[in-house]
Design a protein around this ligand. Sequence first.
Ligand SMILES: [Fe+2]
Ligand SMILES: [Fe+2]
Length: 162
Amino acid sequence: MMISEKMQSTLNDQINEELFSSYLYLSMSAWFQSINYKGFAGWMKKQSTEEYEHAMKIYDYLHEVGADVSLDAIKKPQASWKSPLDAFKDALKHEKHITECINKLADLAVEEKDHATNIFLHWFVTEQVEEVGNATDIVEKLKMIGDNPAGLFMLDGQLGHR
Ligand SMILES: [Fe+2]
Ligand SMILES: [Fe+2]
């Protein structure tokens, strides 16, 4: 195995974090669908697929470096929110948490002088800048819209084109 035991277990933990992200956004998608916001629902469903792909990137990397994949139980996600703003605020909070996880992983790679894993993680560091940026952008738009139905209708349509 080309990585340490500790790195192996932390990367396995991150697979779980990414799979939970996928589950959370799928739950948000189902909730948006249930209140007829099809654009928000579509956006969240795509996000869910992306998160599954993040998990698979780590899954493949572990195999590449001769480490073992060990899958843990995925936590049950929340099933409903108070408003679209409430849901996207949660998504933003979650992405900030994921950024922290990725930064800790990157710290560990540096600490262990694990150059290969460090470089592997660069993609995730960049991805998190994008994820937090996108979520912040939508939260800010939803704050501006407030309770205005026309504004919500427009943003729903816009996000549906993602
Ligand atoms: Fe992710
Ligand atoms: Fe992304």
